[in-house]
Design a protein around this ligand. Structure first.
Ligand code: HEM
Length: 164
């Protein structure tokens, strides 16, 4: 949240032009891909990202590790991409069978998560005391759907303008 409030402010919604500066958010998405690859084509793709010879405490969710692997640096900080061309883990893969939807997939994933986090506080729904984030036994998706309660955290007019 600090990344949005400091970089974007609270008087406008995050947009595509902010993407380059959302390094920590992109590091979180990379870390999610590392631990839970989106694609199950390659049967060993989970093991690649959880290799203890490549990552310290490989089962821990630690986005900061991607700031160290960043591809470059600008005046405002490090540059983080979702694609991992060196295949330390699989996000979009690479080469001739790599994902042709890389740009669109990056844009949709970053903007969706950015707006969900900037625009809302997230909490457990009433009556729910524990959220289960277990993976399903036979696929890479969650065993149980994630249900959360969203509460707006920005001025009301920002939500109105988006629906007109
Ligand atoms: C976050 C979003 C996405 C991720 C993480 C992702 C990841 C991947 C991965 C890992 C592969 C397999 C590469 C391999 O076998 O080596 C793949 C293949 C593919 N992706 Fe994506 N993808 C995403 C979004 C998209 C989008 C938005 C499109 C199209 C608009 C797309 C179209 C394809 C196609 C057509 C293939 C098959 C390529 C081939 O076999 O030659 N993907 N994707």
């Amino acid at each position: 949240m600090a990344e949005f409030d400091a970089g974007v402010g609270r008087d406008r919604l995050v947009t595509e032009s902010d993407m380059r500066d959302l390094s920590y958010l992109k590091a979180c998405i990379r870390e999610a891909f590392r631990l839970h690859p989106y694609h199950s084509f390659n049967p060993s793709c989970v093991a690649i990202g959880q290799n203890p010879r490549a990552f310290d405490d490989p089962l821990e969710f630690r986005p900061e590790r991607h700031l160290l692997l960043a591809v470059g640096r600008t005046a405002s900080g490090v540059v983080v991409w979702l694609v991992e061309p060196k295949l330390w883990f699989i996000s979009f893969s690479t080469g001739r069978r790599g994902c042709p939807g890389l740009s669109l997939g990056t844009l949709i994933t970053v903007m969706l998560l950015a707006r969900l986090l900037q625009g809302f506080h997230w909490s457990k729904p009433p009556g729910v005391d524990r959220i289960q984030l277990r993976e399903a036994a036979a696929s890479l998706v969650l065993a149980d759907p994630l249900v959360l309660q969203a509460t707006p955290r920005l001025p009301a007019h920002l939500y109105e303008s988006e629906t007109q």
